[in-house]
Design a protein. Structure first.
Ligand code: SF4
Ligand code: SF4
Lengths: 174, 359
């Protein structure tokens, strides 16, 4: 009998607590950012995946080794990595990136490519205005013309790579 | 101070002066009153739809409709035009007569209730000596429409939705009526005009604070459940039954259910405001003459619509806060908690009134 009343009482208290929470949300400002009106002040969240890019530094160099892991992991075959075999100045054969094609029309923005890239060569930006008149324009080449592979300071970076790679693969397998 | 009733009296005098035949005056007045109620009905539904959409957006940190007109207030006009132009898809193998009659019964139920409300001082359709009883009786007519809609659609989802709706409305009707009965005991009359008059001194909620407050909470929960909204929206349960009883309806036949739902929201809040919060009576406290005089300057229809809007807002707050109940939890709430409490409330009120322990 006592339990009946305490149940009702605690139920009412809990309902009021819930209404307090929603009441607070009611008076807090809306998170919606009106698009064409406030276009210049838009602040998309960093985690927002809108377009895949390959950052280049000032001397037009990127970090991609053309290993193709990103293309292999892409569920939609959105990425096409074309490699080139060249011989460097020491006479050693070397694989470099020829063309990195990304078709935004078939990307599902799952983020697997950036997650598996051992070099951290690609990343998502928040630029979301992709409207074009033909589908062929949706295919973009991410490596800039004439760009080169960045020369990384060998020991530290190499060590990091070895550490990072198996861990990430494990995560993906799970 | 210009009151709405003055305008009505003026129209009546104008008509009587210009038209000699008394029956013609009456006829014109009936038509005018009918048109007035229908217009008010549609306007209230439109207003409530945009009001709910805006409020629910703010409850979710959104902006809500904001494209058509300033702050999106003309969005509902656009929606209305769209729904009027939509095709009414005919069904095969269903009960045609009942299928098309159901939306009208729903609308009729809420429109009949409209006639019994008191919108401002001296502005009401009908004034019975059993006003409260009439309101409670006709506001439950729409459940017949809901059941017919579910049955005649020949669709298992709508049938389940209608059955749930029936179980829900019939059980919650009890608590709603019993909590009203407590207020009828306090007033000693079922006539809404008498109730308004006795609230002129002090609103019922202040006259007997404890039982009136319990009664009001019970009434608001029950009324909320009767409108099939909020945590009690099992009959519609989008995720289980797609849309419940009106799943087969399209175009304006669906629109009737939609409008009826919003008008029922208004009607329930209005009955709550009339019976517990003094309806169109301004806030008066015996002994504070200056304060009472200031309150009298606010027109009575503003008081009525303000209080109703407050209760509607409360209902929306509940709707957008809580998750949906299961059917057994719903019936548990009604039969094991609210019904005993409202019976006890009547007893408490009777004891208080019999001993004169009310303000
Ligand atoms: S972007 Fe990364 S994963 Fe893809 S080819 Fe280049 S280095 Fe390999
Ligand atoms: S985000 Fe997903 S779909 Fe898009 S390119 Fe990367 S892996 Fe492919």
């Amino acid at each position: 009998m006592i339990k009946y009343f305490t149940n009702i009482f605690s139920g009412i208290v809990n309902l009021l607590k819930g209404m307090k929470v929603t009441g607070k949300v009611l008076i807090s400002p809306a998170v919606t950012q009106p698009y064409p009106e406030k276009r210049d002040e838009l602040k998309p969240k960093d985690r927002f995946r809108a377009e895949l890019t390959m950052p280049h530094n000032a001397s037009n160099e990127h970090k991609c080794t053309a290993c193709g892991i990103c293309a292999m992991n892409c569920p939609n075959q959105t990425i096409q990595v074309t490699k080139n075999k060249i011989t460097d100045e020491n006479g050693k054969p070397k694989i470099i990136l020829d063309q990195y094609l990304y078709d935004i029309g078939s990307c599902i923005f799952c983020g697997l490519c950036t997650r598996v890239c051992p070099q951290g060569a690609i990343e998502f930006t928040t630029n979301f205005e992709h409207a074009v008149y033909t589908r062929s324009k949706l295919v973009k080449q991410l490596n800039q013309p004439g760009s080169k592979k960045m020369e990384v300071a060998k020991p530290a970076a190499a060590q990091q790579k070895v550490d990072a790679e198996p861990k990430q693969n494990n995560e993906n397998n799970q | 101070m210009l009151q709405l009733s003055d305008i009505i009296t003026w129209i009546h005098e104008f008509l009587s002066a210009n038209i000699p035949a008394e029956w013609a005056v009456k006829l014109i007045e009936y038509v005018l009153v009918g048109l007035g109620f229908l217009t008010l009905y549609a306007l209230i539904a439109l207003f409530l739809i945009i009001f709910e959409r805006k409020i629910c957006a703010y409850f979710q940190c959104r902006l809500g409709p904001n494209r058509v007109g300033p702050w999106g207030i003309f969005q509902v006009i656009a929606d209305m035009v769209k729904i009027l132009l939509k095709e009414i898809i005919p069904l095969k193998h269903n009960d045609k007569l009942l299928y098309y009659a159901a939306p009208f019964i729903v609308i009729m139920g809420s429109l009949l209730t409209f006639g019994g409300l008191q919108f401002a001082k001296g502005v009401h359709g009908v004034d019975f000596n059993i006003g409260v009883f009439y309101l409670l009786a006709v506001s439950s007519i729409s459940i017949i429409g809901v059941m017919l809609a579910g049955w005649s659609s020949n669709n298992k989802y709508s049938l389940i939705g209608a059955m749930r709706s029936g179980a829900q409305v019939i059980s919650f009707e009890l608590s709603a009526c019993l909590s009203m009965m407590a207020m009828v005991i306090l007033c000693g009359s079922m006539n809404l005009s008498d109730m308004m008059e006795s609230q002129g001194r002090l609103w019922f909620i202040f006259q007997a604070p404890i039982p009136a407050f319990i009664g009001m909470v019970i009434y608001l929960i029950a009324a909320h459940a009767e409108t099939n909204r909020g945590p009690f929206d099992l009959p519609e349960a989008e995720s289980e039954l797609t849309a419940g009883y009106h799943v087969e309806y399209s175009g304006i036949t669906f629109g009737f259910f939609y409008v009826g739902e919003y008008c029922n929201l208004f009607i329930n809040a209005a009955i709550g405001a009339l019976v517990f919060l003094g309806g169109w009576q301004p806030l008066h406290f015996p002994g504070c003459e200056g304060f009472n005089a200031v309150m009298d300057y606010i027109p009575s229809c503003v008081w009525f619509f303000g209080k109703t809007l407050l209760l509607i807002f409360l209902s929306l707050w509940v709707r957008w806060s809580f998750p949906r109940l299961r059917i057994d939890q719903l019936l548990h709430l009604e039969w094991k908690i609210m019904l005993p409490f409202s019976l006890f409330n009547i007893l408490l009120m009777a004891v208080l009134v019999a001993n004169g322990w009310v303000f």
